[in-house]
Design a protein around this ligand. Structure first.
Ligand code: GDP
Ligand code: MG
Length: 653
């Protein structure tokens, strides 16, 4: 093996850190877990018991972790079966680090568990969750001081809104790697000396820090620790229990109360030194805005509104602008053709058309779309929309992050596919790239609006979109079960809101538009030249005849739409114009039946996106997956169009 391979294989073999979420019931463990977990989180039982835990893989900052959501735990001294099972599992060294989830709004109570954990050998970090609730109650917490006193990283989080989640897991990975130790609580001298004595009793059987940990647990009358020590020798346990009795008598407390009360006092002191409560707290702006934008009901409504508004603007302004661009180019192309003789004129016109066609996509659709998306992203809105859609997309086998490219797809598939590059896992990139072509871009929307909208009304346009989403979801579900690779959770941190620097927005727009300029536009020009030649040679009729077994035979459409459908992929934005030209009329209803129109639209909505999209796909996923993608689209489009034809002829005419 050469050195490079060695480096890579050693990186591959690096063990995946096991990180578990521990905390009292209702502190937000499951919420945190779900925001991190893969969509195939598995529920398992601790061996030989009916106690359940949930487990999943996740990728955090490029590193894989195995996450566990544990049953709610008040204290390391178990008070029920589930806590006991969880404790035993932890004592077996089953995790590399814990994330102790604390409810910041009732901090003093939960700090005792943190102090208990500080006695163990398990590295841990604190997720100070429910910071929003705490802020609303006027509780401010000095996070740095808490971290300094406990000796472990403390990360403020709001699990319901994805705040701080990436950081807390990253800190946990770090703690696991360096075997981070917390500061041990300091007890009264007699208590401490009792710990020393018991630890000394066990020094022969257990290694130093484990002996001390077990000593504390036994002095606390912890049955799980007693099991462990008894396993090593009953006399040791008996001697230890003797010391515990002595301590209890000395303090005049029940046997299991000495540590509990000491710890309680330390927790109260700790709480008082890190937390302040103010009376009428002002609610932070971010909290108010998030309260609406990330609200489970209002949030999606706002997202729909934002999208619809953005969509309407890009569509109406876009198509108007597009016509402005296309018109002069068409005229100019005609002019050039008439001045140049024969084939040279045709080639020149094709070139001019192609350049104009590119401009007609870039200026009116791509540029505003990309600008708007970059703005939404940098302001901090897109990550929130993605977070909202996470649950929904999990059902399809994707992650919230895929929402961003999928939403962009409604504007134009090209930047959407280029945008999928930002996804961290290869599997998600692939799945998203395969799904984007099912999202009807603005060019396809033109067809839907011009045919369905004009003839049957907006209600049916909406129906087409709903059907499209359902089909895409089904396709996604099927794909996610056949595309290889693990289901891995993807972390996204929800950033604060900010005014985006225009420079960063512009850089994003440029970066994304470049992929169109470099790869797609030249293809568009080539396609235009090809189309001009076909026209010039009068091959259209021959092509239509050649395609008629499919167009007429399978889909039941007029043969004249053949060239429109096939060559539509070169110039999707011109599909409707090409259709008018092919049929020789703008009154489609006069030459096509209702069923034919519906069949045509269904086919156009689902079949291959444009050449520009295919080129970007090849660049992003390679030839093989592009072929799969194109095949899939043609297959689904044909099947659904056939269905539309059959249903139409059965119910309409
Ligand atoms: N306001 C607020 N609520 C939260 C937060 N994290 C979780 N919750 C809510 O707290 C409740 C309990 O959360 P859950 O994850 O089931 O807690 P678990 O019992 O620890 O698994 C749920 O209603 C969550 O929506 C947070 O950071 N802020
Ligand atoms: Mg839970």
């Amino acid at each position: 093996m050469n050195p490079i391979d060695l480096i890579f294989s050693s990186r591959e073999n690096k063990p995946i850190p096991r990180i578990a979420l521990l905390g009292q019931p209702n502190c937000g463990k499951s919420t945190l877990f779900n925001s991190l977990a893969g969509f195939k989180a598995e529920t398992g039982n601790f061996s030989g018991t009916s106690v359940e835990f949930t487990e999943s893989m996740a990728i955090v900052a490029g590193r894989k972790v195995r996450l566990f959501d544990l049953p709610g735990t008040y204290s390391l001294v178990p008070s029920d079966e589930a806590e006991a099972v969880t404790r035993r599992w932890l004592d077996q060294g089953s995790v590399d680090a814990l994330i102790l989830v604390l409810d910041a709004s009732v901090l003093s109570r939960s700090l005792e568990l943190a102090l208990e954990l500080a006695e163990t050998e398990i590295p841990f970090v604190v997720a100070l969750n429910m910071m929003d609730d705490a802020a609303r109650k006027g509780i401010t917490i000095d996070v740095d001081e808490l971290s300094r006193r406990l000796g472990v990283p403390v990360v403020p989080t709001v699990a319901t809104r994805g705040q701080g989640v990436v950081r807390v897991v990253t800190e946990a990975i770090g703690a696991a790697a360096r075997h981070g130790r917390a500061n041990r609580p300091v007890y009264d001298r007699d208590v401490d000396s009792a710990v020393e004595q018991v630890a000394a009793l066990m020094a022969g059987t257990f290694e130093g820090s484990r002996a001390r940990y077990l000593a504390v647990r036994i002095l606390e009358a912890d049955p799980v620790a007693e099991e462990i020590v008894a396993g090593a020798g009953q006399p040791v346990l008996d001697a230890a229990v003797q010391i515990r009795r002595g301590l209890a008598v000395e303090h005049g407390w029940p046997e299991d109360g000495v540590f509990a009360s000491h710890r309680h006092a330390i927790a109260v002191d700790l709480f008082e030194s890190v937390a302040r409560v103010v009376r009428n707290p002002g609610r932070p702006i971010r909290d108010r805005v998030d309260g609406v934008l990330m609200h489970p009901v209002l949030g999606p409504l706002v997202a729909l509104g934002v999208l619809a508004g953005f969509f309407a603007v890009s569509f109406f302004a876009g198509s108007a602008l597009s016509e402005l661009v296309v018109g002069p180019f068409k005229a100019f192309g005609g002019l050039v053709e008439s001045r140049l003789p024969g084939i040279a004129g045709v080639l020149a016109r094709g070139t001019v058309d192609g350049i104009g066609g590119g401009l007609a996509i870039v200026l009116p659709y791509l540029l505003p779309l990309l600008f708007f998306m970059a703005l939404l992203e940098d302001v901090g809105y897109l990550p929130r929309a993605a977070f909202l859609m996470d649950g929904l997309l999990h059902k399809v086998g994707l992650h919230g992050r895929s929402a961003i490219p999928l939403i962009m797809g409604y504007g134009c598939n090209v930047p959407a596919i280029a945008g999928a590059r930002a996804l961290e896992s290869r599997r998600d990139r692939l799945l998203t790239t395969l799904l984007v072509p099912f999202v009807p871009c603005s060019a396809r929307t033109v067809v839907i609006l011009a045919l369905i909208g004009a003839m049957f009304g907006l209600k049916w346009v909406l129906a087409v979109y709903v059907m499209n989403i359902i089909v895409a979801a089904v396709v996604g579900r099927v794909l996610s079960s056949v595309v290889p690779g693990e289901s891995i959770g993807l972390l996204m941190d929800i950033p604060p809101y900010r005014l985006p620097p225009l420079k960063s927005v512009a850089a994003k727009v440029w970066f994304r538009i470049r992929s169109f300029l470099i790869s797609a536009w030249p293809a568009l020009v080539a396609a235009s030249i090809l189309m001009a030649l076909l026209e010039y040679w009068g091959i259209q009729d021959a092509a239509n005849r050649f395609l008629s077994p499919f167009t007429e035979g399978v889909l039941g459409l007029p043969a004249a739409v053949g060239v429109t459908l096939v060559f539509g992929i070169f110039r999707k934005e011109l599909t409707i114009l090409m259709l008018f030209a092919a049929l020789g009329t703008t009154d489609v209803a006069s030459v096509m039946t209702t069923t034919q129109i519906i069949t045509f639209v269904v086919f156009v909505v689902f079949y291959i996106p444009c050449v520009a999209t295919i080129i970007v796909q090849v660049k992003e996923t390679g030839l093989k997956w592009t072929a799969v993608s194109v095949g899939l689209n043609v297959l689904v489009a044909t099947a659904l169009a056939l269905l539309a034809r059959l249903a139409g002829s059965a119910f309409i005419a």
